[in-house]
Design a protein around this ligand. Structure first.
Ligand code: BTN
Length: 335
């Protein structure tokens, strides 16, 4: 199933025109002609944009100019920044949801065409790995779940989250000149603190993936003061790391574009050449003393990186290497 054709709302058409001519003015007559409506109708559509947090300067005989954009997540801005790629994926933008992963799974189960992405300003039951809660306040952070129906064998899924992780690191590094890191298998790290986490969930038929949800929680703009006490020393946002807030809507558009690209390369299988090098570049564990908790078993040693199947390699004190498909890793203090 493919995404339904994109039909832009009048507000979206106005927004795109104003963004395209941001340094100048766009006349009300030109907007009315473009939309095939009266100038009064244009004004009414612009009121709706004002309600969303946009601001305009109106000058007689020149027209309108965009002078303020909402800082919070705005579906129209995300799609406008995505450009033509925005038409290849449906974007569902919610004020509040229990979990974007759960919402995406419900929509897939109901037969909604994929791909699509669910974004929310806050989650009431955001989930992390191992059933942990994911702090999901409305504080300028990103909660996103991408839904796909890939036709691949379940065995290939082990490297999916890792591949997405390196792509998100590449995006963040380019977007805000930051130096992100990855802690196997799913943590995004800045300055030794957690900036994001990924949660991939798949429904599997006999020998094929039926559908797949890739969830990402990324601390984009929350100030240090916004964390609850138990997270204050462990969590960090991109804004905190970069020293200034990021344009959340531009960033979200860039993220969607990157995830779509990365997904395509994963399904085609043409990611293997670059994957190992990229993981190496961002791997924060490599060469460090670590302990991996696997059920009730603890394995200590030095992290050596990952193998072709995405398993973590650890060399024990006797020099023997072990590979782990899953587990919870902690870095030893001082490393
Ligand atoms: C982890 O580090 O354990 C993974 C955290 C994943 C959190 C994201 S936020 C968007 C999506 N919805 C959820 O309920 N979880 C993921």
């Amino acid at each position: 199933m493919s995404a339904p054709p994109f039909s832009p709302s009048p507000e979206f058409v106005i927004l795109c025109e104003l963004l395209e001519h941001e340094s100048g003015f766009v006349s009300g007559t030109a907007l009315a002609e473009k939309l095939g409506v009266s100038r009064v109708a244009v004004w009414q559509h612009m009121e709706k944009l004002r309600d969303q947090g946009f601001g305009f300067e109106a000058v007689r005989s020149r027209g309108y100019r965009l002078i303020r954009r909402p800082a919070i997540l705005n579906a129209g801005l995300v799609v406008a920044h995505l450009g033509p790629r925005g038409r290849s994926i449906r974007i569902v933008c919610l004020n509040e949801v229990d979990s974007t992963n759960d919402e995406a799974a419900r929509r897939l189960a109901a037969g909604e065409p994929a791909p699509f992405v669910v974004l929310a300003r806050r989650q009431t039951r955001g989930r992390g790995r191992l059933g942990r809660a994911w702090h999901s306040a409305d504080n300028g952070n990103l909660y996103a779940s991408f839904a796909f129906r890939p036709r691949i064998e379940p065995g290939r899924m082990q490297t999916f989250t890792l591949w997405m992780g390196v792509n998100i690191c590449e995006l963040v590094a380019n977007f805000c000149s930051a130096r992100p890191g990855l802690k196997w298998p799913n943590d995004l790290i800045f300055d030794g603190r957690k900036a994001g986490g990924m949660l991939t969930e798949a429904r599997i038929d006999a020998d094929q993936i039926r559908d797949l949800v890739f969830g990402l929680g990324l601390n984009v703009n929350s100030p240090a003061s916004a964390w609850p006490a138990e997270l204050a020393r462990r969590a960090i946002s991109l804004a905190e790391h970069a020293g200034e807030p990021l344009d959340l809507n531009r960033f979200t558009a860039a993220l969607i574009g990157r995830v779509l690209l990365a997904y395509g390369r994963f399904v085609e299988g043409d990611y293997r050449d670059t994957f190992a090098d990229l993981w190496h570049r961002y791997d924060v564990l490599r060469g460090c003393p670590v302990t991996l908790l696997e059920g009730t078993h603890r394995h200590s040693g030095t992290a050596l990186g990952i193998d072709d199947e995405g398993c973590l390699l650890i060399r024990d004190a006797r020099g023997k290497s072990h590979r782990f498909r899953a587990g919870e890793v902690t870095m030893e203090k001082g490393s």
